[in-house]
Design a protein around this ligand. Structure first.
Ligand SMILES: *Cc1c(COP(=O)(O)O)cnc(C)c1O
Length: 226
């Protein structure tokens, strides 16, 4: 059984190798360690291994761990945001990855405006078209983005997606390429910077980095099975 430190080192090596293979610089992909269903103690261990950014897919669970772990970590919400959790999440999570309705964006705008601090979000895109997946249909992202650009307290930093369940490893790569190209088209059309591409998980993060992922969300490979 490998230790957490060994697993972290292994993932870091593979991230670095994928960045080099893509001709990208060494710091160009942020490792978001997905700590959902693992206790705060594990997060502390991971911080001791040098990790800083943690992903949670439920607001309540994330807030509890934030309170236990303190300021040594940055927290991202990677799962869907329910409307009754918007006011709890805004101002606490540094980045909201899974935003997929304009109604939710308006709620985030109201909550962030009350705090006087813009909220950073990603638009989740359903690149696989699977009915079980969250996300805007690719054709609906442009209008959501355009309308979001009018809102002073919402900052759309980029896009997020998940590969189809039945496409592990290299089979996922065309979907990641599709998300990058969609981002490039939106950037050209709107002038928004959209620097962030959150894509790639334990089974496919190297493929995602080859296609330009700036944030890979890795749970199982770091923390073991949940
Ligand atoms: C759980 C989760 C991950 C991490 O998945 P692993 O396969 O364990 O690496 C990444 N992204 C989202 C949105 C998740 O819910």
């Amino acid at each position: 059984m490998e230790t957490l430190a060994e697993r972290v080192a292994h993932v870091r090596d593979r991230v670095a190798a994928a960045l080099a293979a893509a001709g990208r610089g060494p710091g160009e992909a942020t490792l978001v360690a997905v700590s959902k269903n693992h206790p705060a103690e594990k997060v502390r261990e991971a911080i001791a291994c040098g990790l800083r950014t943690f992903g949670e897919n439920r607001v309540q669970e994330g807030l509890e761990k934030m309170n236990m772990v303190g300021a040594a970590a940055e927290w991202h919400l990677i799962g869907p945001l329910q409307s009754n959790k918007v006011r709890k999440a805004v101002g606490r999570f540094a980045l909201l990855h899974g935003i997929d309705t304009f109604e939710r964006i308006l709620q985030i705008e109201r909550a962030a405006s009350a705090l006087g601090e813009a909220a950073k979000i990603l638009l989740e895109v359903n690149i696989s078209g699977e009915s079980t997946k969250h996300g805007f249909a690719p054709g609906d992202v442009a209008s959501a983005l355009e309308r979001s650009l009018e809102l002073p307290f919402v900052r759309v930093d980029g896009l997020m997606a998940m590969a189809p369940f039945d496409c592990p490893g290299a089979a996922a790569r065309p979907f990641f390429e599709g998300l990058r190209k969609l981002r490039d088209r939106l950037r050209d059309a709107t002038g928004a910077g959209l620097p962030v591409l959150s894509m790639g998980m334990s089974n496919d993060y190297e493929q995602a980095i080859l296609e330009g992922a700036t944030h890979v969300r890795i749970g199982t490979t770091i923390f073991g099975s949940r």
